[in-house]
Design a protein around this ligand. Sequence first.
Ligand code: PLP
Ligand code: COI
Length: 341
Amino acid sequence: MSNVKNIDWGKLGFNYIKTDLRYVSIWKDGSWDDGKLVEDNNITISEGSTAIHYGQQCFEGLKAYRTAEGKIQLFRPDENAKRMNNSCKRLLMPELPIEKFVEACVQVVKANEAYVPPYGTGATLYLRPYVIGIGDNLGVKPAPEFLFGVFCSPVGPYFKGGLAPVNFMISDYDRAAPYGTGAAKVGGNYAASLLAHEIAVKRGFADCIYLDPLTHSKIEEVGAANFFGITKDNKFVTPKSDSILPSITKYSLMHVAKEYLGLEVEERDVLIDNLDEFKEAGACGTAAVITPIGGIEYKEELHVFHSETVVGPITRKLYDTLCGIQIGEVKAPEGWIVEVK
Ligand code: PLP
Ligand code: COI
């Protein structure tokens, strides 16, 4: 392995670490330029940029994984590209060709190869693509220019790590409105969630879970991940809602549950008053991977699923299979893995 950085990989959390190079491309006068890798991790933009005032921006998150043979691979980057284009459409920003998005990610990983954590450390290289509205502007309207960037940072666990269960609390706040931007990965959704997250953490929870904004009776998702539960008769169940982020991990797990583990899969309403239907539950996402949910606090009572300290057997199998695919130890479905050569 060439030139690996001297980092204590096992101790990494989910924090920004400056790497050597990042990718930047500008959209102006109707088209994207060729884009290039740059050393500077600061961006200089007009004080009138819509990204600053009106939240005209979106982002993505995906990871590069090191295999046992030392290869580096990306997990379904084309799905991130498609989702970013949906976010761009929703916020009147220009879309990107899928190949340009994937190529930018590949270039950034290659340029920062020394930061890709070694196999077996549990750490990965997190990629953060984004599009922001830039250029002189004052009124509420789309920006005259846009910047597409991709940077990376080696990361460890987002929550506790590995398969340690964590507890969540149901928030009194809403994350997104019906017909709002909940299904787009836009910063405004996360700005709106910061207070609820802080309250949850101060109360000793890993994060909060949001209910549907209209009736407050159905689970939507976790602050930074989707939700799934395993019913007592072994079905993989996950909420269906137009105001949650369509998680690539969640859709991958639905496939894994059905095709690899032989479970029935249901995407449907999950009633907060019916948590008893589940014997296991988890949060899933790129950063969260699969984090087992020990318990959920709702109306001052903690509902415990399998255990507050030990992962359930089906959640463990889902984790082993998904992570196995990501690090090249389990055969991936056609098109899921892009090798960085
Ligand atoms: N939901 C929210 C609010 C998220 O921030 C994320 C993270 O990206 C997810 C779900 C999981 O999505 P994915 O599996 O595509 O990372
Ligand atoms: C991700 O899992 O990629 C996320 O974006 C979650 C969070 C870090 C915002």
